[in-house]
Write a protein that binds this ligand. Structure first.
Ligand code: NAG
Ligand code: NAG
Ligand code: NAG
Ligand code: NAG
Ligand code: NAG
Length: 224
């Protein structure tokens, strides 16, 4: 545990040396661009725009920019477990071509603006009722959850949107898998080890079979 803590401190010191202020919250109206970094309170995870080099041409390019959450803790430094593989991506199907991506909470909600395309809307404020207009913050938690919350007049934080509801290929404590009236939660593999777009394998609840199933795109191949 001591070693782990030391390691964390080293990483945090390093992050601070980059000239980035270690903060865990994006406030309404603030612009979070490709140079910015959010660090969860105890330093377990970070959020930033990453450049992902592809192992082949995808969407006409060999790289893309993604808003990603990384673990900062290495399970095993020698083997590099988890290192470099983001635990969550905001835009896995919608890479940004350059460093123009800006995450912002504005009057429409939470979105990523960028050059040469429509904004990527992660959450639309009008979809919640009543739709709040002020006291909205985006908080990165040590659990790996990125939460858009509204502080209501009673001082309670109401969750408007959370990254845990939109898992990519990584299941973390506190996440759900399954079906509900509003939402289905499932995991899907990357297209290749280097291309984050959804690949061949998904893990989801099979309502008919009443079990968690791992499926290949066009059919059920395995069961748990
Ligand atoms: C991000 O914003 C900061 C402060 O406004 C600016 O100095 C920096 O150049 C911007 N970075 C990018 C990649 O646009
Ligand atoms: C990390 O992995 C290496 C190589 O597999 C192994 O030799 C080492 O014992 C591991 N360290 C820990 C702390 O598990
Ligand atoms: C997160 O992972 C990407 C590679 O997927 C890497 O380029 C980036 O430096 C990592 N960020 C941090 C803060 O560790
Ligand atoms: C609401 O969230 C903020 C930011 O994470 C936190 O500082 C505050 O303690 C929270 N308030 C309550 C009542 O949980
Ligand atoms: C969730 O999945 C079930 C079964 O595949 C489907 O019938 C339902 O429409 C889905 N619900 C949502 C909100 O996507």
């Amino acid at each position: 545990m001591f070693i782990l803590k030391l390691l964390l401190l080293d990483i945090l010191t390093c992050l601070c040396f980059c000239g980035c202020v270690a903060r865990n919250t994006l406030k309404q109206g603030e612009r979070f661009n490709s140079s910015d970094l959010l660090v969860s309170q105890n330093g377990a995870v970070t959020l930033n725009f990453i450049k992902q080099e592809y192992d082949r041409d995808w969407d006409g390019k060999d790289f893309g920019f993604y808003l990603a959450i990384n673990y900062t803790v290495l399970l095993n430094e020698t083997r590099g477990d988890l290192w470099g593989h983001p635990i969550w991506l905001a835009n896995r199907q919608d890479p940004i071509a350059d460093e123009s991506g800006v995450l912002i909470i504005d009057e429409t909600g939470l979105k990523i603006t960028h050059n040469g395309g429509n904004p990527i809307q992660l959450f639309a404020l009008q979809s919640s009722s009543p739709s709040p207009t002020t006291n909205i913050n985006l908080v990165l938690h040590d659990s790996g959850n990125l939460v858009l919350q509204h502080a209501n007049s009673n001082g309670e934080n109401i969750t408007l949107w959370q990254s845990f509801d939109f898992p990519t290929d990584t299941f973390l404590p506190g996440m759900k898998l399954g079906l509900s009236r509003e939402r289905n939660w499932s995991l899907s593999s990357w297209l290749t080890p280097y291309i984050p777009a959804p690949g061949a394998f998904t893990l989801k609840w099979e309502p008919v079979e009443q079990r968690l199933g791992s499926a290949q795109r066009q059919g059920f191949v395995d069961e748990w």
